[in-house]
Design a protein around this ligand. Sequence first.
Ligand code: ZN
Length: 165
Amino acid sequence: MTTKRKSFDFKTYVEEIQTRPCFICEIIKGNPEYRHHVIYEDDIAIVFLNKYPSLYGYILVCPKEHREMVTGDFSPDEYLALQRVVYQMGEAVRKSVPTERVYILSLGSQQGNKHVHWHIAPLPPGVPFEDQQLAALSVNNGILDLTDDEMATMADQIRANIGGL
Ligand SMILES: [Zn+2]
């Protein structure tokens, strides 16, 4: 497991997410410019590796439909159906990489990353508390320097650990 990091160009990233089409919808359409390592897909959700991982095993769970309010755009049943996928993926990640705690959160806003999604990021054991939580998720100290092959291996590992409910 690599811990080598590379710098993250936050300015370019912000420009991209605010000017390009919705990256999640483009992934779902199969646009090759938006290729990601997909781990799981069903009628309601798609799951893929975070392209800019601050932690090893960091994935995103997205509804297939473009919805923008994390709770308000879903009925309770629709929301819970997605949380079932979040649960399954949290367990798959936990079984795939050494994990002290699985972080789960939804970010984005109307200014960028509008399409609702959940981040699932495993905190490895042994990180000092002051470097945990938001500090562990931050890209300020760069992102993991993983090759495309290493990303593919990680995706395979997580996919292999997806269990039923
Ligand atoms: Zn979208």
